[in-house]
Design a protein around this ligand. Sequence first.
Ligand code: ATP
Ligand code: MG
Length: 576
Amino acid sequence: MNVVLESSVGGAEAVAEEASLAALLRCCVREVAGPRGQVWPADPYLLLRLAGSLLRVPTSGGLALRFDGPAERLEGGSWRPLSLDTLVGLVETELTGHDLAEGEPGGGVLARTAPGGRNEEFAGQVAGSRAAISAMLRERAGTAPPEDPWLASEQALVFGHPFHPSPKARGGSGWLRYAPEAHAAFPLRLLAVRDDLLAAEGDTGAIDGLGDAPAGYTLLPAHPWQLELLKAELAAPLADGRLADLGYGPGLAVPTSSVRTVYEPRIGKCLKFSVDVRITNCVRKNAWYELAAAVELSGRLEPVFADLAARFPATRWLPEPGYRSASLGTRLLEGLGVIVRSSPWEVTGPGVTPLLAGALAAPGGTVPADGMPGAAGPVDGVRAAAMEAFAREPLRWWGAYVELVAPPVLDAYFRHGVVLEPHLQNVLVGVDAEGMPAEAVFRDLEGTKLVAGRHDLASLPDPVSRSTTYDATRGWNRVVYCLMVNHLPEIAATVAGSAAPHARDELLRELWADARARVAAYAGGSGRPMPLSDLLAGMPLPAKANLTTRWSRSADRDAGYVPVANPFAGAAGAPA
Ligand SMILES: Nc1ncnc2c1ncn2[C@@H]1O[C@H](COP(=O)(O)OP(=O)(O)OP(=O)(O)O)[C@@H](O)[C@H]1O
Ligand SMILES: [Mg+2]
């Protein structure tokens, strides 16, 4: 978007308004107006009808829906700027399923297809997310990004998920001091759990490098935000010695893009905590069976990734070999549960810098790569090198990128019955000194699943095996959504966006033809599995419906999907 950032408060608010409006409008196109046949291309605009109102916005970037100028609404015969509050009102009207007046544009059609039901929280969540972005931008402007370019990329997702109605909504208060978007860094709180109450599985030895526990106790680091949230529940075990509070740790931990996973430089590990607040779609709690599942999956995935790396040598992953917590009832077992995860620096090769894929893809057009001006630092060096590389040689850069990410994900599914969750926040791309993609790092075992029937899970407790399994269809839909809707279109739009405006559409077509050829080559060498043939033939793709999921207050695991156009349809080589 053509946003010129100012460091003033007003500048931050204007940027937050524009980014929030864009995120909600993308959801409206994808989930509401699109499926109802109420979206029309009118180059350079996309026109849509919502609750009887006609809206338009200049758009490029294919499936990623990048907006090249302000969104407008037709009012009294002329186009006027559309505000976020107005759009929220239209969404409420549309989704509440009110009866449009006879003869009102869209009357009847919309009323028939709206899901109905009210949601009094929705407007507050959208406004809360906008306020959070503006607070993040203001705080960020006065702080320096981490010197570590990987961590700086983790802290670069200021606008969050591009297809979410409230991408930065945060539950609770006081979150700004823990916010990666505000370049936070803070000491962890060190608890110790009496040894007879220690709950742990796997290899957690790295944690002991954080400090010394008293005799008869084991160290248990805690996220300070979570300790505030659990204050009441912790009072008794702290008072009677089941837990000990050793105070703040000496160094600073750095939060990554998921907020609740931090990097601890003193031990060179990531620690994934529970934080009992809703961050975008879910309350971020490590359920007891997810703690166990992370360790179980780490063991089972070792040979899988060894095989993937043998076939695709640039494939890396971040094991989660152990967790610790305290056996003090389910609430505290889960609330204090911490998973140890390898750091990307442990797995990337010499001369390769891991960068969060989402930070490379972040829409925002002229918004500087780091969200606010004046935030130069080593990250800009590495990320800028990648951006220069794709601007210079877009097809070579994109080809290398797709080759790193797509075949291992497909092979994990088809050869090993493993569903990775390669959305933009779960994949790191290792770039070399020239800014070229050199390695792909896959992480986050919570969303990683085993395809039912392909693995012997008989030895696992029921909730653990349920939490680690998808049936084949659900697993495939998840793979296709993450890879082909959430991830690659955003990278493609960013790469194409580096070309001159008149050349972007053509470049985007070339990028998809190239990606299709690479996926087809993988399919050819793997017995052309049926779902992959459908994908290559251009079958519509499942896109996760974040707006309607939030509107209906559904759990994220029950989120619906809507069909969207497959960028392989019409790409060279696809059947006409
Ligand atoms: N394109 C994107 N796709 C998915 N999530 C995104 C995207 N951009 C930003 N995000 C944000 O990243 C987070 C992803 O959540 P996810 O459930 O993968 O992480 P987690 O399990 O809490 O932690 P971790 O990734 O460290 O394991 C959410 O806060 C989400 O809003
Ligand atoms: Mg994640």
